[in-house]
Design a protein around this ligand. Sequence first.
Ligand code: PGA
Length: 254
Amino acid sequence: MRKKIVAGNWKMNLLKEEAQALTAELIGMIKDEESRPVNVILFPPFIYINALTQQANAETRISIGAQNCSDKLSGAYTGEVSAPMLASLGCKYVLVGHSERRSYYGETNQSCATKIDLALQNNISPIYCIGETLNERESGIHFDILKKQLEEGIFYLNKEDFSKCIIAYEPVWAIGTGKTASSDQAQEIHKFIRQTVAAKYGNETAENCSILYGGSCNDQNAKELFNLPDVDGGLIGGASLKSRSFTNIIKSLP
Ligand code: PGA
């Protein structure tokens, strides 16, 4: 059975007190959801990870991840944060290849591959983000783009390592725009991703791979999206910054 996951990507938002207060509220609200087999992961800015891993310990069923990691192991790389550093803080997940990092910071499928490697070497599960731009979709090349992102960014892994990874499909045109993919669009792509994984690693690995949807997912549309056969949860941006809406999204998982 594949893992159901709801992840909150806080991006560059919240001050320290706000981050801690939101985490405390979520811990309280999620307590009631004990029977639900859901993994909740928060992705705060780097500088809050240390405090939040202590706040959200094993009993709270919330894990803390990082929004990025360096593609270098250590050394003279001013401003970078390495995978071993994240592991030393108790970080269990890292986002790799978010479209904002690809478009604003020049990340490529190749640098994503290096980051995924470093994360896995440090027992951190990568959530590898892929997605097409509006232009790519309108030109009808979105399937090719997604396949390339998979092939170049993650398909170099062996089956065992691939099984430790999570995929997030985030159409760039849906991120932060209020324009969610329709159920048909989301299911079509998630099914395509699973079939592409199956062609590479076999049916069993593909069936066990969690594929999250991201892009203007909120407490109004999460239920419909999460009920799609190939959607295993969501990567939530804006709607993860309020405890009520994020908890409602968690409750939307079937
Ligand atoms: P959004 O962001 O939910 O605000 O669209 C999603 C993401 O970028 O992960």
